[in-house]
Design a protein around this ligand. Structure first.
Ligand code: GDP
Ligand code: MN
Length: 402
């Protein structure tokens, strides 16, 4: 899960990393009040879960009350790189002397943690990294190792912080690492980590996080109260929210065929099979979702899964693909029927069962009074084409679908 800047800053503050005072606002009246409280000039920052807001006009320094209200009315309706603005952060404006970039992330290829930093931070950081790769320093923290002030100080020096900034930078790196670990993050990025203050007064200068990006590992949500504090009522998907309540691994996609299976690999292959069939037939039929019921799914798990998928108005038919290992196909079949009883009406379902209790499962489905909406049979290689190709055509078949 990605956090908004205002949420990411909260986590940084909790770990003692200095950030300018800021207030989250959801309309121009709130912007007005926040700006009044913080004083002018201040910065208005569009809250979207995507970078490069500055270049897209989503970050503006305002000088007085009228400027704040007018500018906020320009930013609120904006869509930045496809993301609708969900609020504005009103922040104290700081005088920037220099912009650094620092991040800590999970490095999947080396299976450890990656600290990236450059003394040339700011909005052009990607361009600079491309044209002057030598200016970006990279250090690793071993997966089983930790990080202390001594290591952080060496790192701050190697990374290219100016001498006067090394001690504070080391403390910030150490606090970022603590923040990264405590929150089960996959990314903690500060850009710019700015040197602020009066250029002529050395004692006024200090480092401060002006922007932050944090991604959290969804698999660790259970250790953090489900991250309810970061729930996004404006932009959350109701089907994903419902699935989460039932502990299901569900991702909403854009197509018409609901897909339910056990095991992420099998579900992914099922998604591919459905979209390949759509392409083959030239009608662009595509999967409506990813839903993995996991191993050993019970009647209830299947019932909730099918209910969520069927209640999606976008879904026109459902493909259930279960390979029974510890999961019993009999349980899955009973779950399907329980869901259909609950829902009343049904949409066409294609079921493929194999493995544990597949014959029993298929018999339950074929003997049920719901068999008219079902095409259930053991998986045979020669049938593969039929399974997937039947879905888009079902509209042309009479009452007994398929
Ligand atoms: P991003 O474009 O989404 O990364 O948004 P940022 O929050 O990083 O802001 C973009 C740029 O706006 C920064 O690199 C700064 O140069 C500038 N900026 C952000 N906050 C301030 C501030 O308090 N004062 C000044 N003068 N500039 C700021
Ligand atoms: Mn930034």
């Amino acid at each position: 899960m990605d956090l908004y800047e205002y949420q990411a800053r909260e986590l940084l503050e909790e770990h003692g990393i200095p950030t300018p005072k800021a207030i989250f606002a959801q309309n121009s009246h709130e912007v007005d009040q926040a700006a009044e409280q913080l004083g002018f000039p201040c910065v208005l920052k569009a809250q979207v879960k995507i970078g490069h807001r500055g270049q897209a006009g989503g970050v503006k320094v305002v000088k007085d009350r009228d400027d704040a209200i007018l500018t906020s009315e320009e930013i609120f309706p904006m869509t930045i790189h496809g993301h609708k603005v969900s609020g504005l952060l009103v922040a104290e404006a700081k005088n920037i002397i220099h912009e650094y970039y620092v991040s800590i992330s999970v490095d999947r290829s080396s299976r450890d943690f990656d600290v990236l930093a450059t003394a040339n931070g700011g909005t052009e950081v990607e361009v600079i990294a491309k044209e002057h790769p030598e200016s970006v320093k990279r250090l690793h923290i071993g997966a089983l190792e930790d990080f202390d002030l001594e290591a952080a100080t060496t790192m701050a020096r190697n990374i290219g912080f100016y001498h006067a900034d090394v001690d504070q930078a080391a403390q910030i790196l150490l606090n970022m690492w603590q923040c990264f670990k405590d929150n089960d993050a996959t990314l903690v990025e500060i850009n710019p980590l700015a040197k602020i203050g009066d250029p002529d007064d050395e004692s006024s200068k200090s480092l401060c996080a002006l922007d932050a990006k944090i991604s959290l590992d969804d698999n660790a949500a259970f250790r953090h109260d489900g991250w309810q504090r970061f729930a996004d009522p404006v932009h959350s998907d109701p089907f994903e929210a419902q699935a989460r309540q039932h502990g299901l691994h569900y991702v909403h996609l854009t197509g018409e065929v609901g897909v339910i299976g056990n095991g992420a690999g099998l579900v992914m292959s099922s998604l591919d099979a459905v979209s390949d069939a759509g392409k083959d037939q030239g009608n662009d039929i595509a999967p409506a979702n990813f839903l993995d019921i996991g191993g050993g799914a019970s009647v209830d798990v299947m019932r909730h899964s099918l209910s969520i998928v069927m209640s999606d108005p976008q879904v026109e038919s459902v493909f259930v693909n279960v390979y029974g290992g510890i999961t019993s196909c009999e349980q899955v079949a009973n779950g399907i029927l329980a869901a259909l009883d609950e829902l009343g009406e049904s949409k066409p379902i294609i079921v493929r069962f194999d493995g544990n209790a597949s014959q029993e499962g298929l018999r339950i489905l074929n003997d049920s009074r719901r068999s008219s909406c079902m095409y259930a049979t053991p998986w045979k290689k020669q049938h593969r084409k039929r399974y997937v190709s039947l879905q888009p055509r079902r509209r042309h078949v009479d009452d007994t679908v398929y």
